[in-house]
Ligand binder design. Sequence first.
Ligand code: ATP
Length: 481
Amino acid sequence: MSKNNDELFKNVISHTKEYGFVFPSSEIYDGLSAVYDYGQLGAELKNNIKTYWWKSMVQLNENIVGLDSAIFMHPKIWKASGHVDGFADPMIDNKDSKKRYRADNLIEDKIARYAKDGKTDKANKLQSDMDAALGADNLPALKALIEEHEIVCPVSGTRNWTDVRQFNLMFSTQMGAMAEDSDQVYLRPETAQGIFVNFLNVQKSGRMRIPFGIAQIGKAFRNEVIARQFIMRMREFEQMEMQFFVKPGTEMEWYQHWKEARLKWHLAVGTTPDKYRFHDHVKLAHYANAAVDIEFEFPFGFKEVEGIHSRTDFDLSQHEKFSGKKLQYFDTVENKNYVPYVIETSIGLDRMFLLTLCNAYEEQDLSTDDKQDSRTVLRLHPCLAPVKAAILPLTKKDGLPEKGREIMDALKLDFNLQYDEKDSIGKRYRRQDAIGTPFCITIDHQTLEDNTVTIRHRDSMEQERVSSDKLESIIGNLVSW
Ligand code: ATP
């Protein structure tokens, strides 16, 4: 990360706290690592992202329906899905600092260091050696790479390492009030399995015909050992996942379709294509026959925000095997039963939130020859902005606040608004710029005479005078989905 980007990212993080988007969880108790709370504006922004996803999945596609499955699920589900045995990261401890690291993260940092020092060959070789070791689940080989490349603990500076061990990422807890009755259950590490186990329920009760999809937004939990980059990697986070069930043999067409559709979704809220790239998985997970990540260029580099996976019939077949229940679809056109294939789109809501903020955040220099000036502005797409408009009476007297309240009351059912009469109008504009409010509506003395107000646009800072009767349709058009 260059100095500038490093600084920029720090500023984004402190901005989110200062204006009530994100707080460290349990802050008065010194926080809880890799867990965060969303503040008053963060909750709004998060809801708007969810709505944008839900509308574009469920409302715009007649063959996609929603689901809200429970976080707790039968423990056998995680055996069937492969999570109990395989959902693990390779960990290593430094004996001096007693700090634990992901072995692949330590190696990745070394690769980055080689690349930065211009040692491209070394970087490439280490990358391919690490991929080979990870691909073969060869833990001693990972340890050997750490030793061979003289990787030191960032805290102690020593090379006194333990062996590499697998560390399962699932949180578990006991279900049942009595210890004797208790049974171990897991907090789900992904929302997808809730969709698979409800596949037949939804298909039959909704009379769904293949191809069709089931979409769900919900919490997921992973005991990530290394917390990195703010809300990028959390222990409690939210996913927005859609599983699309297709006829076997047609999965590659649908994989292409969803790859393109998902990128379009990202670009439609104001991000430029050069900030995105596809990253094809070379090493595929055991359940996939094709997989790609949609990566975004964060200030700390290109990182995954969303995965699109062709999951074959792996999950449904596993659940057939472990539950003993048939999970097949009767195709009336083909006149036969089969286990459908699945294309999955899976995006982290919190990563999308961070992406949206990083993309929108700008420290803009407004200096002229005569005076220095600047502002921090969040150029959020109006449909995602937490506050759609601010109602600002120019002064606190002459009936302007009353008129402002009257306008606010007429609009507040339709839009999330803020009323603000404190400080100069310039300061109030800046406060709204900083939280990404697309429109400021100013009530002045002329308003009392002819019922007109000024609308000040966040991005251009231009103002126009309009009749207050038209506000609902003007704002409505500009913030609509
Ligand atoms: P990564 O490689 O970054 O750990 P992953 O490949 O394990 O991610 P998936 O299991 O494919 O991720 O999950 C789908 C999406 O869920 C990811 O693209 C990401 O946006 C989000 N996600 C996964 N883990 C986390 C986490 N710990 N915190 C926040 N979001 C996450």
